[in-house]
Design a protein around this ligand. Structure first.
Ligand code: TYM
Length: 332
């Protein structure tokens, strides 16, 4: 039986953080065992917000190293760089004719970026979701493992695929956002409790895979808490729920149960909880960091990975583009 196809991507705009890891990358590492997986470092997307390319090459190399250290195996999945696959740009062009100005302007991520960078509202930002759709559809992927913040983009991808199929013939399956570990997509909040953890957030509120042990402990120690619940079995405020989300991800079930019970009985000591979380997080993160550092300096290995990924990704992309051109009658 043919394996289902998976595609996901990540921007090389900064260090990988725990939101990226738990929202997406740990899914990828798991899914490569069962699915036909394509994972892409989306350097073209990063130009919409980071036009200065001086550090781009180093960022792409470091990101690849961090992905491999997080468990991606370039022999089990196709790991490649977006700009190595020009077929994506061609499909982007066709899909742009299926995307309407009004809906692009209403996209949440676009509106956020307009607020964040009012002096650089470029057309690439506006059509960002179309390029993302091209990333996904170029491999005719059906599952897209992403965090909660990407849900709207995947919905838009489905719309473009439907419009294309309707206009030119059934070429694309309709992809869906996916979390291997549960029904809900993941959202890791910033340690301050305000908004999602992100590459551009205040660095003290974001845990990066590259952070050293002391920094991880310090950041968790400073995470927002309060004086604790005063009524039995109270609902948890968002920022406390986020600490519980993190402790569930890295600590053992008995530790989690103990703090859950303490919370429900109004005897929780957040200092103790954060100490425990800090230690368990360090145990979880430090092997990934060490491995990433070693890989990052092995430029020969990294260029082999890039070359290998490029060949496999272009082969798959070329097949789709052939079907697309035939369907559109662009095959003279
Ligand atoms: P990017 O680079 O911002 O993030 C990569 C992945 O990490 C997830 N993520 C989070 N998940 C949970 N909690 C958080 N705080 C958090 N922050 C980030 C994101 O949901 C994403 O899965 N547009 C995409 C990149 C992209 C893409 C694609 C993704 C381009 N083409 C095709 C999927 C398919 C982005 O900016 O991801």
């Amino acid at each position: 039986m043919q394996k289902e196809r998976v595609l996901s991507g990540i921007r090389p705009t900064g260090f990988v953080h725990l939101g990226n890891y738990f929202g997406a990358v740990r899914n990828w590492a798991k899914m490569q065992e069962e699915f036909d997986c394509y994972f892409c470092v989306v350097d073209w997307h990063s130009l919409t917000t980071h036009p200065d390319t001086k550090e781009l090459k180093d960022n792409v190399h470091r990101l690849l190293a961090e992905l491999i250290a997080s468990g991606l195996d370039p022999e089990k999945c196709v790991l490649y760089v977006q700009s190595d696959v020009p077929e994506i740009a061609e499909l982007y062009l066709y899909l742009n004719t299926m995307a309407y100005q009004g809906e692009l302007e209403r996209t949440v991520t676009f509106k956020d970026k307009v607020r964040q960078q009012p002096d650089n509202v470029n057309a690439g930002l506006l059509t960002y979701p179309v390029l993302q759709a091209a990333d996904i559809l170029i491999h005719r992927a059906t599952n897209v493992p992403v965090g909660k913040d990407q849900e709207q983009h995947i919905e838009m991808t489905r719309n473009y695929a439907e419009r294309f199929n309707h206009r030119y013939g059934e070429i694309f399956p309709l992809p869906k956002a996916f979390n291997y570990y549960g029904d809900e997509l993941i959202k890791i909040m910033s340690l301050s409790g305000e908004g999602k953890m992100s590459k551009s957030e205040n660095q003290m509120n974001t845990l990066y895979l590259a952070d050293d042990d002391e920094l991880v402990r310090t950041k968790i120690k400073k995470a927002r808490t309060d004086s604790g619940p005063t009524e039995l079995n109270s609902p948890k405020p968002d920022y406390i729920e986020n600490l519980f989300t993190l402790i569930r991800l890295v600590s053992s079930p008995d530790v989690v149960q103990r703090f859950e019970a303490d919370f429900n009985n109004c005897v929780i000591r957040y200092g103790d909880m954060k100490k425990q979380l800090g230690e368990d997080m360090v145990k979880f993160m430090s092997p990934i960091r060490e491995k990433a550092l070693a890989i990052q300096h092995d430029k020969t290995y990294l260029s082999k990975v890039i070359q290998h990924g490029r060949e496999k990704a272009r082969a798959s992309a070329g097949e789709t583009l052939k079907l697309v051109r035939e369907a559109m009658g662009i095959n003279y």
